[in-house]
Design a protein around this ligand. Structure first.
Ligand code: SF4
Ligand code: SF4
Length: 166
């Protein structure tokens, strides 16, 4: 059994709607230092939320693997690239990359750890991307993640509070 406590009660429908409207409204606002504020808040929030208590992104999202992600992960697991693809991935019809063959991610363990954590794709290690430059360019993703990711919810809640005071 996992030693981690599953995160519960981290969102309300009412507040999710408020935060969704706030995010949508950012499109038409010029906020100086939004990226640096989001970065700072993300660092604070990430110290207080343990992803091992959640795992929602790995459970519900399809993950893209680039050629270099595949090489790195196959080497880490000491199997060939072909074996890695056969075991975990399918071809992405949209381009030359591969995606995880199912959700939850086939590399997710029962205790929310990742079989390839040390070499996981950048898209995984950077998730939920609230600390990255161009916060406004990801409003669509942040809005979708509000319902799934406690870190996103907490970061956007904090940004909402900060910007209300400005
Ligand atoms: S590769 Fe690891 S971190 Fe990425 S989705 Fe799968 S289990 Fe999660
Ligand atoms: S990044 Fe978000 S959704 Fe993924 S495990 Fe951490 S808190 Fe949960």
């Amino acid at each position: 059994m996992s030693s981690h406590q599953q995160i519960t009660d981290w969102k309300t429908q009412e507040q999710t709607e408020v935060l969704t409207a706030f995010l949508q409204g950012l499109n038409s606002r010029h906020i100086q230092a939004l990226d640096s504020q989001a970065k700072e808040v993300s660092a604070e929030v990430e110290q207080n939320i343990d992803c091992l208590d959640c795992g929602n992104c790995c459970r519900t999202s399809v993950t893209t693997f680039t050629t270099s992600d595949i090489s790195r992960a196959a080497k880490y697991l000491k199997i060939s690239k072909k074996q890695f693809i056969r075991k975990f991935l399918i071809k992405d019809n949209r381009d030359d990359s591969y995606i995880t063959m199912q959700t939850p991610c086939p590399m997710l363990n029962d205790d929310n750890t990742c079989q390839i954590y040390e070499v996981r794709p950048d898209v995984c290690s950077s998730f939920p991307h609230t600390h990255r430059d161009n916060f406004k360019n990801r409003i669509h993703a942040h809005t979708a993640n509000l319902k799934m990711c406690p870190i996103t919810y907490a970061v956007v809640s904090r940004l909402y509070e900060i910007l209300q005071q400005q």
